[in-house]
Design a protein around this ligand. Sequence first.
Ligand SMILES: [Zn+2]
Length: 707
Amino acid sequence: MVRPLRFFLADFVLLLAATSGFAQQPFLPSERWIKLRDEASGTAPYENLRYLTRLHRVPATAEFDQAAQFVMERAREYGLAEVQSEQFPIDGKAPYGLMRSYLGWKVEAGQLWEVRPQHLLLGDWATDPIRLADYSHSADVETSLVDIGDGSREADYSGKDVRGKIVLADGVLARVQQLAVVQHGAVGIISDMPNQTTAWSGLDRTIVRWGHLDARALAGFAFMISRETAASLRARLAVGESVVLSAHVTAEVGPGHWTVVSAIIPGTDPTSGEIIYSCHLDHERPGANDNGSGCVTILESARIIANLIASGAMPRPKRTLRFVWGPEVEGTMAYLSRHPEIRKGLRANIHMDMVGGDPFKNKSIFHVTATPWSLPSFVTDVGAALADVIRTGAANYAESGEAPEAAVVETRVGDQGTRNQFLADVTPYSAGSDHDDYDSSTIAAPSLYLRDWPDIYIHTDHDTLQEIDATKLRRVALLGAASGYVYASLDAERAHALLPFYTAQSEMRLAQLFQRAQRMLDDPKTDTAAAWYEARNLMKQALRREIVTFRSLTEFTEATARESSNEKVLADQVTTFNGWIDGQAKARGAQGAEPKAPWSNELVTRKIPVRVGDFGPLTYQNDNVLKARLAPERVAKIRLLNSDATPLLNAQDLSELYAYEIVNFVDGKRTVGEIRDAVSAEYEPLPVELVNDYLEACNEAGLVQWK
Ligand SMILES: [Zn+2]
């Protein structure tokens, strides 16, 4: 039957509308996506954030607890279940998993004045708490100021008498405290330690960065000042002026407690595991993007889902959704340590740390961050596909002014939200927040880590509400709610239907890595035999990663018949790539049928390490398990962590990433050589001796045993 034209046109318009909201993601029926989208608010989290940014949220302080109280009240108001606040005692020693607890801090007052020759207030805790470095101790002194430059190297002190003085330094604060105060007898520090380096670093000299001292050190205080103020003081000292300061601090470092708030949306099947949302509620005032934004946004994701279930608009999913607000990393470890039954039931994590930045202000790009290669998981592709729906809708609206609803712009209150594009991408695993715990092998709850990076105002007094976009909050709250709802409701039937999608995603990733393998062999500086081995290893590890990614989906949904048709497709693709790699290697003069491992003759590489002892990764922001358990001389000999000893790894960050993954790849089956191959594909090729040497140190620290 030929239908009248006007019906045809109407259908066509409907089809377009549906397509713009749905076409690129296979996880949710479009009507559910639209319900989630319409429920999502940018104003609700924005207003909650307004409150949080008034609090100086240092962990284990009264104002942190005030923030926790606020989140708890909101969670109750939003209809979440089992809303509670738990306290975890801390004393600098008590362990939570592998991590030792840190310390609390109570402040009554903190003022720094220049008293001569000028009379000038340089910092006051009462009005501007960011000026007093965390874990400052009490002091009441009037003394002169000495410029010690960086202050984190012994050479900075030669020919200078700092005893009883206040030093001016811009080196890493805890290190300056150790040298200036503990070793050379200075009473305190004023610091203009620079922020994380970005292309914009140093351009705004009025920024004040927050700092923290080592809470376990017994003395010292520090005040934070801008680069502008520091430069002027340095110039005056340089021409021989005597600057006398008076510092008055009433503060106490000691035992205390961490507070963690949690709440749930119960699932229909308590045996099917839980999805956990995390953020970190701490950080110095204002801390709008880092990380007030993540806290209010998981709260908004919770509100969206809870409201839709309560009104009957969406069915209650099978798995329970749990929401946790606590101090960064430490709260996660404390909470999971006290609740092993929750830890064991975790199936996926959604972690938000900095998610609200207006990119045209704080220069941020929003990243959907993949799990590390040690924990390949389907969770990343869910977040990536849903983010892409928003990104496409936002781009279309920005360019044409059409379909504003698909752009998820916050327009409900005045002009609060922007009409910006959603500058979002997908990146490999990156370290530095609570997802490091969830992704680590002894917890193994694959994390969808959502984050802005860079943020030129991170950890400074400029990280304010003014840099936050209510539209962005709405978009990320929707992304969080939709991803969590997918994780909580996925079943075997849906998993089966996702086979073509995941196979195509895997094929794309394999093709990208094949190009990296080709570049290894193209590089004339590499040894042909070694490059051949590394290129083939890259493809081998990449194939394993993709197969485990899809299996993670079938295991998650407990699909009875394991899907294997895609594994053959991917293996065939890699066989083709390997043929081309071999041809390339032969053209460069490679000998033999197969490339040989550069370490195949070393017996040591056949050893198999096994994890023993408590759970958790080995490094935390205030603790390092190897440093806590081994003598300093022994730690200094760990080749992987001491960049001087390893010309391959000049960046300390990279060696920490290797260390994290080496331990994660320890599964009681892989040999040292196989672990070396796994981390070499994920990052860059690494000599096997460094892997063995690091695992030997872990063995001495009682973290791994040799099988
Ligand atoms: Zn953060």
